[in-house]
Design a protein around this ligand. Structure first.
Ligand SMILES: [Zn+2]
Ligand SMILES: [Zn+2]
Length: 157
């Protein structure tokens, strides 16, 4: 079966603290184009900066899983991010929805690390600091325009 265009391994794999990641992802079950998934703190030198723990998972383990409501309609109620799936299941989910935490880059707005979130064909930027979460805004130009717009708005107030 041909791979769909959305299937992509994380470009750079980051280690994440397993218990902290689990806790942060626990309550997330949303439509990712509307509600950003949580910012995950990558481990540094094998240690979690949050709890000091060393149990890790990799960004390559994380997948979007569509969650259906109970009852007969079976309509999707959102997407959760899961790990610890069987290899074959993990690949299937990746092919369907892409890689939740694709890579990190400096946020063009504040310069701090931000996640590039992939969902379907779209990329979003999830920065811990300025909470920007917008599709396809990964180019400098956009942020320059955005800063100019914000500045103009401030001048008008
Ligand atoms: Zn931790
Ligand atoms: Zn930022």
């Amino acid at each position: 079966m041909p791979r769909s265009a959305t299937y992509q391994q994380p470009e750079v794999v980051h280690k994440l603290c397993e218990p902290c990641t689990k806790r942060r992802l626990e309550r997330y079950c949303k439509f990712p184009n509307q509600v950003p998934p949580p910012y995950l703190i990558p481990m540094i030198d094998e240690f979690c900066g949050n709890c000091g723990g060393t149990d890790s998972i990799s960004t390559a383990d994380l997948v979007w899983v569509n969650v259906h409501g109970c009852g007969s309609t079976g309509l999707p109620v959102g997407f959760a991010i899961r790990f610890q799936l069987r290899e074959s299941d993990r690949e299937a989910y990746l092919k369907h929805w892409g890689t939740p935490y694709l890579r990190m880059q400096a946020c063009p707005s504040c310069g701090l690390p931000a996640w590039v979130i992939q969902f379907n064909e779209d990329l979003y930027l999830r920065c811990a600091h300025c909470r920007c979460y917008r599709p396809q805004l990964l180019d400098e130009d956009y942020f320059a325009r955005d800063r100019a717009r914000r500045a103009r708005r401030l001048l008008r107030e």
